[in-house]
Design a binder for this molecule. Structure first.
Ligand code: GAL
Length: 983
């Protein structure tokens, strides 16, 4: 890299540089009038499970951690959507590195409870380990265990077995509360071990219920919320509690239900999912302004957005829903979207901010609610394959800013300013430091140059279309004070003998930055082009943003030099701050910095590279040596006060993936044969159900949940006598979107019915019900056997608290036309839950019940076949193969399984990797073709087993077509990965 080195003595005649530093700015310090030490005090350092007692409080401005103001800048992550505990650390380190100081997690009841009274927190469900990892990473935790979570998971997180219990969920119904208490006892026992108040972990906030908008005015709701409050407190949770209002309705604000006489330890929060196609929400300054109740409902607690959309979930494809895939979600909610929306929130006084999702992950197995497919990538800043996207840049810039500039934790609205047409300007002031903050938002699609009055000067600030930026005046940058800048401040820190300040913006932008200097400083442009001038107590630096522009400012009223860094977006993303007990470290260059630790004169760094990368380190005094990923790095001291690697760090070596060959094939569904022995199946002969679906008169209950079958496929066999005159049979079923039913009479296929997707209204009510009528020609009076396979697509969520998760799944009624045979039914679904993989791993296919998906299954007698295949068949055929990987342990390769075929072919595939159900591919619906195989489940050094259960309806030839491994990203670095038990 070329260093353009230009040293000159700053001079007073601004006209010489064509600058317009007007004298009206006033004296050196008077324009902003700030003292050099921020009375607000620094933001608290990164949290740890340090065994010390801490206070977690709040006032109307912000959370107060040990009395220090903190803006929580949190990202939503779901442990259950990444079934490989080692990778939790990878995701959390990536978020922390990119400026997040907190995460918010749901805990999904169904994931941990296969049966009433049974709660499993082991293996991939090890919540203790997750919370420990969050604390070790230095992230605060917002804990959200429901009982109801929604979250596009099966039944909104309610366990399958709860669908078959008495009582109305999400109310004060005693039966429901009994189960809720059981769950909370189990999950709170773990939460109580990780509270920041006790120094045992980093949980600082705990959510009750989720977007509970019904029964707000009734004792059913008020008593329920009061019960949850009292229960959680009785379980030893002493951090502030809150509820997330679905909109700004003011629901469940403090004082609206009984909080056991406690005040000041409960917060109002709300959620927002703005459309990228409409104007950003702007509801006024939290606590004092705005048109809807929620903005003013809780003036004594800080503005709190418990969920703000950082993407959006994608529905199944096809004409009905039209899911387009997550690339689209990431395109419509891009980095500028994040800036425009989140900066508006900050301008509106929001001090607890959580982006839903920041890493979406995978709704593996039977986790997805009917509305979504397997991937829950969400278009989030960190994608499903754990790869950082450009959306992390604004999160990084704003997160670092909030950490460096504590003034932002206490802001009042200040006088309106006008900045010209098409720009909405917000003006805020910290009442203690008198630092001013401005948010400029451009809702038009073209760039606007705003004329912004900043500290007595009018500054021209470009704001690209549909974008926003934050400006500040009067904030401390170490020993110096910012007069103003047209670039967004990102961070400052003290490293060694100097202060460092970073400003950012879009590539190619012209910026002006003015620093207060009591006397004329010595200014050296160390890199890039910058024009500098001193006049009237202000040093002004003009530079175009491109790469890293470095300006060293020495003297001018303080003996501590300031290194001013101006970075375009991409460059700013490669600037990593890490706080160590001896002081902060700033690293520039690699694709990711995970950790930094100081031992003697050595700074030990861990992180990732993708391309070959520079490495430059600023740190506390006395650092002489640098170690990167355990390897010593030769460095030179630079004029910037850093240590810089003499040679670039190497990028990631290429990763080769094997082709998938040697497939073996086996046909199943013996259940369809007339002579199949079903004598050990359960008799489906119940006469009543707690389902909200009525039991048809004169028929037995056929709802699968009533027989203990809650996930995946379910089989029925009806034994008929006197069916000889029947000319057709009508099978009514409910499955959820994309479900299907196939039937056989005495082993002969009758056909398949696929769930038509109902109109939006019925979707909301949670009914995917249909009746399939097939002509039959029974051969004589019988006995006959009607075999039916129903693919269920999970239970509805219960967003409106109407027990919609209790809408039946499976067959609901069967009628014969032309005859009235006597029928006895038997039913078979999933066998008892996999003790390691858990309840959502398996449904009730023959192959699943007999372990065909498991690595150890003996498939030696299966016939070898090649792909692609084109086979017309109603029913289920399995394919298995093995493959070996030998990926370097120093490489983090993220690998997916890609399935493609002619989209006219009607079939679907259940994908098992080493016995783990990685999701469902529907060839003629889509849009998902790539299934992420998380390392740990995937053995990156060793052999793996893939099993595909192909369900085809016989109307078209069916695949699989192309099935291949795909590299979704790789880096030199990563985290150590422990294999997940896969018996
Ligand atoms: C919210 C809900 C979340 C999730 C989200 C959409 O309303 O609280 O659980 O469902 O919508 O992804």
């Amino acid at each position: 890299m070329v260093l353009s080195r230009r040293t000159f003595s700053a001079f007073a005649g601004s006209a010489a540089l064509g600058l317009s530093l007007s004298g009206s700015a006033g004296g050196a310090a008077s324009a902003t009038g700030r003292a050099h030490v921020a009375p607000t005090g620094p933001a608290p350092g990164p949290p740890a499970a340090d065994r010390a007692a801490h206070t977690v409080g709040l006032d109307r401005y912000s959370m107060l951690i040990d009395g220090k103001r903190l803006v929580l800048w949190s990202g939503e992550v779901h442990p259950f959507r990444l079934p490989s505990p080692s990778l939790w650390r990878d995701v959390l380190e990536k978020l922390r590195a990119h400026g997040y100081n907190a995460i918010s997690i749901y805990v999904s009841w169904n994931y941990h409870s296969p049966a009433p009274g049974t709660y499993d927190f082991t293996g991939v469900r090890d919540l203790d380990l997750f919370l420990r990892t969050a604390a070790e990473t230095g992230l605060y935790v917002i804990f959200r265990p429901g009982p109801y979570i929604n979250a596009e998971v099966d039944a909104g997180g309610f366990p399958g077995w709860l669908t078959a219990t008495q009582g109305t969920a999400r109310t004060s119904d005693p039966t429901y509360l009994k189960y809720v208490d059981e769950w909370l006892t189990a999950v709170d026992r773990i939460a109580a071990r990780h509270l920041y108040t006790k120094g045992d972990g980093t949980i600082v906030l705990y959510q009750l219920e989720n977007e509970y908008a019904d029964h707000v005015d009734s004792p059913l709701g008020r008593d329920y919320m009061a019960h949850l409050y009292a229960k959680v407190r009785a379980d030893g949770i002493d951090v502030p509690l809150f509820h997330n209002d679905k909109g700004r309705n003011g629901y469940w604000a403090p004082g609206t239900f009984d909080t056991d006489g406690e005040t000041g330890r409960y917060l109002y929060a709300f959620d927002g999912y703005p459309s990228p196609f409409r104007q950003p929400p702007d509801w006024g300054y939290f606590g004092i302004g705005g048109t809807r109740g929620g903005s003013t409902a809780s003036p004594e607690t800080p503005g709190f957005i418990a969920e703000f959309g950082g993407g959006w979930f994608d529905p199944w494809g096809g004409v009905e829903f039209g899911g387009k895939g997550y690339a689209e979600s990431r395109r419509t909610r891009d980095a500028a979207y994040e800036r425009r929306f989140y900066l508006t929130n900050l301008a509106n006084g929001i001090k607890v901010h959580n982006v839903y999702m920041s890493f979406g992950g995978t709704s593996w197995g039977w986790l997805p609610a009917p509305v979504v497919y397997t991937s829950y990538d969400y278009g989030a800043a960190l994608d499903e394959a754990r790869q950082p996207t450009a959306k992390l840049i604004p999160m990084h810039q704003i997160g670092q800013l909030l950490h460096s500039v504590p003034d932002l934790a206490k802001l009042d609205r200040a006088a309106d300013i006008t900045v010209g047409p098409d720009i909405k300007a917000y003006h805020l002031v910290n009442p203690d430091t008198k630092a001013h903050v401005y948010v400029l938002r451009n809702d038009s699609s073209t760039e606007v140059v705003a004329s912004v009055p900043l500290a007595g000067t009018t500054v021209r600030v470009p704001v690209p279309g549909l974008d926003a930026r934050l400006l500040a005046t009067g904030i401390a940058l170490g020993r110096r004070t910012l007069r103003y800048s047209s670039a967004q401040p990102m961070l400052w820190l003290t490293a060694g003998r100097q202060d460092i300040a970073v400003f950012t913006g879009r590539l190619g932008e012209s910026t002006q930055t003015a620093l207060e200097c009591a006397s004329e400083p010595k200014v050296t442009v160390l890199e890039g082009d910058a024009a500098c001038a001193y006049a009237d107590g202000v040093l002004r630096v003009d530079a175009e943003l491109s790469g890293l522009t470095r300006v060293l400012v020495e003297g001018g009223g303080t003996s501590t030099p300031l290194l001013l860094l101006l970075a375009d977006d991409e460059t700013s993303r490669r600037l990593w701050r890490y706080d160590t007990p001896s002081g902060p470290v700033l690293v520039h260059g690699p694709a990711l910095l995970r950790t930094a630790a100081l031992r003697d004169a050595t700074v030990h760094l861990t992180g990732d590279t993708v391309e070959a990368a520079d490495l430059e380190v600023w740190g506390p005094r006395g650092i002489r040596d640098v170690v990167w990923n355990q390897g010593a790095v030769k460095t030179l001291a630079t004029a910037s006060g850093s240590l810089r690697a003499e040679r670039q760090l190497p990028g990631v070596p290429g990763v080769r993936l094997p082709a998938l060959t040697d497939w073996r094939r086996s046909v199943e569904n013996p259940e369809s044969a007339a002579d199949y022995d079903d004598s050990d199946w359960k008799a489906a002969d119940k006469t009543s159900s707690y389902s909200v679906t009525p039991v048809p008169a004169g028929q037995p209950v056929l709802f699968a949940d009533d027989y203990g079958y809650h996930y995946g496929d379910v089989w029925y066999r009806g034994h008929l006598t006197d069916a000889g005159d029947a000319d057709s049979v009508s099978l009514s079923y409910i499955s959820g979107s994309q479900g299907l039913l196939m039937a056989w009479l005495d082993g002969r296929p009758l056909g398949t019915h696929r769930m038509p997707v109902p109109d939006k209204k019925t979707v909301r009510q949670g009914t995917w019900a249909a009746t399939a009528t097939f002509p039959v020609e029974p051969d004589g009076r019988g006995p006959h056997v009607l075999s039916v396979l129903v693919r269920r697509m999970q239970h509805d969520q219960d967003g409106t608290a109407r027990d919609t998760h209790k809408v039946a799944r499976g067959l609901t009624a069967v009628t014969f036309n032309g005859a009235s045979p006597a029928v006895t039914w038997r039913i078979q679904g999933e066998v008892s839950p996999d003790p390691v993989r858990g309840p959502v791993n398996n449904g009730g296919l023959h192959g699943e019940r007999h372990g065909w998906h498991l690595p150890g299954h003996a498939d030696g007698d299966w016939k070898t076949v090649g792909f692609p295949r084109a086979e017309r068949h109603q029913g289920v055929i399995w394919y298995r193969t093995g493959f070996r990987l030998a990926i370097d342990t120093a490489v983090d390769a993220s690998i997916g399984l890609t399935l493609t075929d002619d989209p006219a072919r009607a079939y679907r595939v259940q994908i098992f990797l080493n016995g783990w159900n990685m999701g469902q591919y529907i060839n003629d619906v889509g849009p998902q073709h790539i299934f992420v195989l998380p390392n740990g489940l995937l053995r990156t050094r060793g052999s793996n087993t893939l099993a595909l259960a192909v369900l085809s309806d016989g109307t078209t030839p069916a695949g699989p077509g192309q099935v291949e491994l795909t590299l979704l990203g790789s880096a030199a670095g990563g985290v150590p990965v422990t294999l997940v038990d896969s018996p």
